[in-house]
Ligand binder design. Structure first.
Ligand SMILES: Cc1cc2nc3c(=O)[nH]c(=O)nc-3n(C[C@H](O)[C@H](O)[C@H](O)COP(=O)(O)OP(=O)(O)OC[C@H]3O[C@@H](n4cnc5c(N)ncnc54)[C@H](O)[C@@H]3O)c2cc1C
Length: 424
């Protein structure tokens, strides 16, 4: 008998101690489940909290804003002025500069989470989420450090971001290349590349800024520019280019604003085509609207291209042991390659839904401002291609919408429980 008890105790103990054993349990969440504790997840949780609706955030990393904390370079500042990047209900501190550093932005997000009592469930990677038609609820499965949990909820808010996974292009010969090869999500500073010949692939905001950072650390960067690109000064006529564009768009059609931006850019930056940076036929704002492609806001890179400290190269054809061959037949030797090739959404890998999100790119099928709401209590926040400004708009709309059904349900329950027992 004692022997059996001992065995029973041991097997119970083993269930929880043995490595690789996954324990599946179900948890009912009375309010919405939010996937992702980046700025978007925090913003929507705060707006809900303000209306008295509790929510639960599931986050795969062990901190909030993991993109900003773990996957960005040291010298990063907000690309846009702070007034266009603050989250709902809490402005940036007054002493913050116009373009806060990433450390300041993270500090702001941390105090934001604290102020609204937001405590995400960390190390909880959402592996699947599916609407159970029979049950009338969402089943959200997470893989944590020790166990699998299934959360059951009525509302599901997707806040995993447009930048959830790095895009690593297949480059011919990349396995033969003997130098360092990293994506910008792992790049911290040019310090590690001092004195080295570095090929930066991709000429968006990150690629351009990484080149500048490499220059400032005495590395020798070359920038691969395969496509056309709009480079604009970060400021014009004493105002931020972004702020000025927003203001002009109130009065003028987008085509005229684009022409104005290009005229002033030409006056301030000169003809970028001479530097190997050909402009697209469509204007910068029209292009952004139609394809989501963001114009580059110059923070000093163009000056370094002009002095020859940064070399511009055409499309990359293939890599060999330590050489890069380009589409125009030229070649050069390099010690390292940095892929500034962007990010993509990971929604199709875990969300079973064919309606709100496109399987192709993991973004809402419907264009802004119509992509924030799906069927059966499904929402998306932060997928507008409009940065943090879009996040704030989504967060407000979602919280208002959920609040309405939350209150209607509370009233329904109250009415139900206040009925005389004989009528039940
Ligand atoms: C270098 C850089 C600079 C930028 N500068 C600006 C700027 O100045 N202004 C601006 O408006 N925008 C800027 N952006 C865009 C920026 O990404 C967004 O504005 C902001 O981070 C988006 O917040 P988010 O919460 O939607 O996404 P993210 O910040 O990407 O947060 C998503 C969160 O979801 C988590 N997650 C993902 N998948 C899962 C899963 N399956 N399960 C659980 N958790 C998951 C991630 O770990 C992450 O913490 C910049 C982006 C980059 C890369």
């Amino acid at each position: 008998m004692d022997y059996l008890k001992e065995m029973e105790g041991k097997s119970l103990h083993d269930r929880f101690d043995m490595k690789n054993i996954k324990i599946i349990r179900s948890v009912w969440v009375p309010g919405p489940v939010i996937v992702g504790a980046g700025p978007s997840g925090l913003a929507v949780a705060a707006c809900l909290k303000q209306r008295g609706v509790p929510s639960m955030i599931l986050e795969r990393a062990n901190c909030i804003a993991s993109l900003w904390q773990n996957k960005t370079y040291d010298r990063l500042r907000l690309h846009l002025p702070k007034e266009f990047c603050e989250l709902p209900l809490k402005p940036f501190p007054q002493h913050f500069p116009t373009y806060p550093t990433k450390q300041q932005f993270v500090a702001y997000l941390e105090s934001y989470a604290k102020e609204f009592g937001i405590k995400p469930q960390f190390n909880a990677t959402v592996k699947s989420a599916e609407y159970d038609q029979n049950l009338g609820f969402w089943r959200v499965r997470t893989l944590g450090l020790k166990e699998e949990i299934e959360y059951i909820c009525q509302w599901l808010i997707v806040a995993t971001g447009e930048n959830a996974e790095p895009i690593v292009p297949g480059i011919e010969g990349s396995n033969d290349f003997v130098g360092t090869m990293v994506h910008t999500s792992s790049y911290k500073s040019g310090e590690a590349f001092r004195g080295k010949r570095v090929l930066v692939v991709g000429c968006g905001n990150s690629g351009m800024e990484v080149c500048l950072d490499l220059c400032n650390h005495d590395a020798r960067p070359s920038l691969v520019v395969r496509d056309t690109v709009h480079v604009l000064p970060r400021e014009m006529l004493g105002k931020s280019t972004f702020g000025l564009s927003m203001w002009l768009l109130k009065w003028l059609p987008i085509r005229l604003v684009d022409r104005f931006l290009l005229l002033v850019s030409r006056a301030l930056l000169g003809d970028t085509t001479h530097l190997g940076l050909t402009r697209p036929t469509l204007g910068p704002l029209q292009l952004k609207n139609m394809s989501g492609k963001t114009p580059v806001l110059d923070v000093g890179t163009l000056a370094k291209i002009r002095t020859g400290e940064i070399k511009v190269c055409p499309g990359l054809k293939r890599l060999t042991r330590n050489t890069a061959e380009f589409t125009d037949g030229s070649a050069g030797d390099f010690d390292a390659v940095i892929l500034a090739t962007g990010y993509k959404s990971n929604v199709p890998s875990w969300l079973k839904d064919n309606e709100l999100f496109s399987e192709k790119n993991g973004l809402p099928r419907r264009e802004f401002p119509h992509g924030w709401k799906g069927e059966c209590g499904l929402y998306s926040v932060g997928f507008t291609k409009r940065g943090l400004l879009g996040t704030s708009m989504d967060a407000r709309k979602i919280s208002e919408d959920i609040d309405r059904s939350w209150k209607a349900e509370a009233k329904h329950l109250k009415d139900l429980y206040s009925l005389p027992t004989s009528s039940l």
